[in-house]
Design a protein around this ligand. Structure first.
Ligand code: 5GP
Length: 202
């Protein structure tokens, strides 16, 4: 059995990453998303163990000391990390893994897993991004300005990825993401066709 591939997906918030990843998962078999650990408080509608593993600062620090993370980073004043044990055991089962992480985490993962593929998702225009970051108009100007600054910081790292997808038309962006995963699965080294070859060449 071949190992699964690690796909890193990064984007500024407001690019539509979560919706795209959910659609991608519904279209493909044999692929799972890693559930990160975070010190951020859960938002309404989020479930522990599904959206994130919500942990205290103390628990997070212990996990860092015990080297339980493939990568970890401070993003918007909270800590986030990816479980090394879960990622490795899933890849070892031949299942592809998606990490939805920021550029700092992506950098660490690329070093540890040189075979990983990283994808960056950008919004089509500044206007679209700003509209999405403004949300429902319930946040203060300061909060919105902070979100815009964080999005710009994230986007400034897009050239470090292997692939770039612009989320203009949802359907197109989704099929582009799907193509990236499928092209990787079609690589010679991702396939084990010994039996077929023995038969064809006999
Ligand atoms: P949110 O708190 O809004 O769900 O996510 C905020 C940011 O944290 C997003 O950019 C997301 O990609 C990033 N993030 C989520 N999980 C992880 C993780 O495990 N590691 C890193 N480095 N970033 C993460």
């Amino acid at each position: 059995m071949t190992l699964g591939t690690l796909f890193i997906i990064s984007a500024p918030s407001g690019a539509g990453k979560t919706t795209l990843v959910a659609e991608l998962l519904s279209r493909l078999n044999n692929i799972q998303v890693s559930v990160s650990h975070t010190t951020r408080p859960s938002r309404s509608g989020e479930t522990s163990g599904v959206d994130y593993h919500f942990v205290s600062h103390q628990q997070f620090e212990t996990m860092v000391e015990q080297q339980q993370f493939v990568e970890h980073a401070k993003v918007h004043n909270n800590y986030y990390g990816t479980s090394e044990q879960w990622v490795k055991s899933t890849l070892n089962k031949g299942i592809d893994v998606i990490l939805e992480i920021d550029w700092q985490g992506a950098e660490q993962v690329r070093e540890k897993f040189p075979g990983s593929k990283s994808i960056f998702i950008l919004p089509p225009t500044k206007q679209t991004l700003f509209e999405r970051l403004k949300g429902r108009g319930q946040d203060s100007d300061t909060v919105i300005q902070q979100r815009i600054a964080a999005a710009k910081e994230e986007m400034s790292h897009c050239n470090e990825a292997d692939y770039l997808v612009i989320n203009d038309q949802f359907e197109l962006a989704c099929s582009q993401l799907q193509s990236i995963v499928e092209a990787k699965r079609l690589e010679i080294n991702s396939q084990r066709q010994e039996k077929l070859l023995i038969d064809l060449l006999s």
